[in-house]
Ligand binder design. Structure first.
Ligand code: CA
Ligand code: CA
Length: 414
């Protein structure tokens, strides 16, 4: 069979054309598709028959410009490539290319995803089983990962804030949260951290609130919790505790002051309580006053009591204050010991014994001597009476007994 020159020319021309068109995509049939080779299947680049829709539409080589490029070409440089899955040596390479181009399900000019005859899933070529497709630009897994990361970040932020608030309000340290798994995970992770911060903040502010309440309590009786503390139960309670403490201290100090004032006035015997005193303060003043007066009374009464040892008859003391003089007199009268001393002294004298002042009555010598002398006189009188009686009746022997009877009779009269 002979081939004409013209036929040969055409064959050469056609051959050149098809060689160029299929340089990177393997041979295609008349429908523009072909079967996936075993090598490509092994690499995970494709499976079965598929088309490279548009992949073979290599533009014709530009015609030689008749003129030098004196004017810029208004058309953009045409795309000089169109990769197919078989062009890559590994799936990671596919993904790196896909991502570097910013391709996605809706931006796939090289038809690497569905090749035109498959449902587009946003995954270029065929991912090997178990491949982490979240690294693939625009994939569902990537979108899910982004969402999960955003959820977690939001959960962390929300959890931290909620923890701070719960800690500050003295609430539960266990979070109560709903949402996606990632959100809940992030929330729980940060809640505890925030709770500690909030609890510390509460502790610090409680101390401040207590001090502030104390200051108010030191000034006034009326409780007025500042608005800032009313919003937080713990702070409100601390403010009130401080306030009570301040009030108590102030009252105690004021009571002490008025008791002292009353005491000083009582010592001066001048009742002069400050005007318009609250009852508790008036009571304190009076308590101090009474205490001082009691001490004064004791002093004067004791003086009066002691004076009784030295006086046979009561004499007005040299005390200008009538009240003090009265206390003195009361003390004088209250000395019942004098009577006993007098009786003992009289007994001694009437028994005819020698005068001896007992040591314990030294301070009452005036009293003792006086009654001894009385007794002594009586004794002598009795002796005289007995002597005369015996002389008259001759009853010498009964003398002692009769003298005793005389003594008792006289004592009852006096
Ligand atoms: Ca292609
Ligand atoms: Ca795909």
């Amino acid at each position: 069979m002979r081939i004409s020159l013209a036929t040969l020319f055409f064959l050469l021309l056609f051959g050149l054309f098809t060689t160029t068109a299929s340089a990177h995509s393997g041979r295609t049939d008349s429908s523009g598709g072909h079967n996936c080779s075993q090598a490509s299947i092994n690499k995970g680049l494709c499976s079965g028959y598929h088309s490279h829709n548009g992949g073979s539409s290599e533009p014709a080589a530009p015609a030689a410009s008749p003129e030098p490029a004196s004017t810029p070409d208004p058309q953009p440089e045409p795309q000089s490539y169109d990769k197919d899955c078989t062009d890559f040596s590994s799936y990671d390479e596919v993904v790196a290319y896909w991502n570097s181009k910013g391709y996605s399900r809706t931006n796939d000019p090289e038809k690497l995803d569905g090749w035109g005859n498959k449902v587009d899933d946003g995954i270029p070529c065929e991912a090997p089983s178990g491949y982490d497709t979240s690294s693939i630009n625009g994939s569902d897994a990537q979108a899910a990962k982004v969402t999960a990361e955003a959820d977690m970040a939001k959960g962390e932020k929300d959890g931290y804030n909620a923890g701070v608030e719960a800690g500050f309000q003295g609430g539960s340290c266990t979070p109560n949260v709903d949402g996606s798994d990632a959100y809940v995970e992030g929330y729980k992770a940060e809640y505890e951290k925030g709770y500690k911060i909030g609890a510390n903040k509460l502790l610090f502010e409680k101390a401040e609130a207590e001090n502030s309440g104390y200051d108010l309590g030191r000034k006034q009786d009326e409780l007025s919790v500042p608005a800032a503390y009313q919003k937080n139960e713990g702070l409100k309670a601390s403010f009130e505790i401080g306030f009570e403490k301040g009030v108590k201290e102030r009252i105690a100090m004021e009571i002490e002051r008025l008791e002292n004032l009353g005491y000083e006035d009582g010592k001066k015997d001048v009742l002069n309580a400050p005007k318009a005193l609250a009852e508790r303060y008036m009571n304190a003043y009076q308590k101090g006053y009474k205490k001082a007066q009691g001490e004064l009374k004791e002093t004067y009464a004791k003086q009066g009591y002691e004076s009784a040892y030295t006086m046979l008859q009561y004499k007005e003391p040299d005390i200008k204050n009538d009240k003090f003089a009265e206390w003195y007199k009361e003390g004088f009268k209250s000395n019942k010991e004098i009577e006993k001393i007098g009786d003992e002294a009289y007994q001694l004298g009437s028994d005819g014994k020698e005068y001896v002042l007992p040591e314990k009555y030294e301070k009452a010598e005036v009293i003792y001597l006086h009654h001894y002398e009385r007794g002594r006189k009586q004794h002598e009188q009795d002796l005289e009476d007995v002597k005369q009686g015996m002389t008259a009746t001759g009853l010498f022997l009964a003398g002692g007994s009769i003298a005793r009877r005389f003594y008792i009779a006289r004592k009852m009269v006096s």
